[in-house]
Write a protein that binds this ligand. Structure first.
Ligand SMILES: Nc1ncnc2c1ncn2[C@@H]1O[C@H](COP(=O)(O)OP(=O)(O)OP(=O)(O)O)[C@@H](O)[C@H]1O
Ligand SMILES: [Mg+2]
Length: 261
């Protein structure tokens, strides 16, 4: 390649180098390198305990790495908390969807970002505005949530999903991390949740999607990353990869397959 060839103009949204995490003697993640481009959807697959949730928690600031570096939008970052990551537009939908059962739909959507009116001792929660904005965010997701005032406790899995996704939509996240978002959902709800994910994709949001379902990984993503025992052993374009490719890397039948970007 010639020296004068123009460099690729698109910077990775997230650049991860040598990321590691150990819990005492357990090495949950070892030396992971990963670039995620703006608007790209990356499926994260691997067996139970492979390190998928650990990687997502490190990106979201929920836990801190034992080693390695991350850069977001070209700047080195070190998130002390999920709030710090969220402030940059990194939002997480956890395995359990991370909702507070005893709070309402609107309160969950605004959790940690409560809107107030007035100042000093006269600050009030702008409840009406919160409900209106929550309703707008839910609108357009194909799942019906009865009321923004309903307690989350009484919602179905699919409705909880919609609340989580509305939260990511409203805060115009540039990267959304989904840790097995459909694990607890029925067939129809799963399909609706995937529609919601597609609407995030259409809005140009980059997504990391953890799933144990290979057809979903292949159908929903541009690229699949395979973790085995904390190590990245696969990085494949889903245009050409098959379910068997992924499974053989997950189990170790195939040692390693890293495609160049
Ligand atoms: N808080 C913790 N303390 C100790 N060990 C942990 C902790 N969290 C995770 N681990 C260990 O780190 C490894 C990776 O766990 P992780 O939760 O990232 O796996 P995973 O790929 O998300 O699995 P699953 O598909 O079952 O959700 C496992 O061996 C796990 O036991
Ligand atoms: Mg997990």
């Amino acid at each position: 390649m010639s020296e004068t060839m123009p460099q690729s103009t698109s910077e990775p949204l997230l650049r991860i180098r040598g990321l590691s995490k150990h819990y005492g003697a357990v090495q949950a993640l070892r030396g992971v390198d990963l670039d995620i481009m703006p608007g790209e959807t990356v499926a994260l697959v691997g067996d139970n305990g492979a390190g998928k949730s650990t990687l997502v928690k490190l990106i979201s600031g929920a836990i801190q790495p034992s080693g390695g570096e991350m850069a977001f939008a070209g700047r080195p970052v070190r998130f002390a908390s999920t709030d710090a990551a969220r402030a940059l537009g990194i939002e997480t939908v956890y395995q359990d969807l991370g909702l507070c059962n005893n709070l309402s739909v609107a309160e969950n959507i605004f959790l940690g970002r409560e809107q107030t009116v007035g100042g000093g001792p006269f600050r009030f929660l702008a409840k009406r505005r919160m409900h209106r904005r929550a309703k707008e965010a839910l609108h357009g997701l194909t799942i019906n949530v009865p009321s923004t005032k309903a307690k989350v406790l009484g919602l179905s899995g699919g409705q909880r999903q919609a609340v989580s996704l509305a939260r990511t939509k409203l805060w115009s996240s540039s990267l959304v991390l989904l840790d097995e978002p459909t694990a607890a959902l029925g067939v129809q709800e799963t399909e609706r949740a995937m529609e919601a994910v597609r609407s995030l994709q259409a809005a140009g949001v980059a997504i990391v999607l953890i799933t144990h379902q290979m057809p979903m990984a292949l159908a929903m993503s541009d690229r699949a990353i395979v973790l085995r025992r904390g190590e990245k052993v696969g990085d494949l374009s889903t245009r050409t990869a098959t379910g068997d490719d992924l499974v053989s890397l997950i189990t170790g039948a195939r040692e390693r397959h890293i495609e160049a970007a």
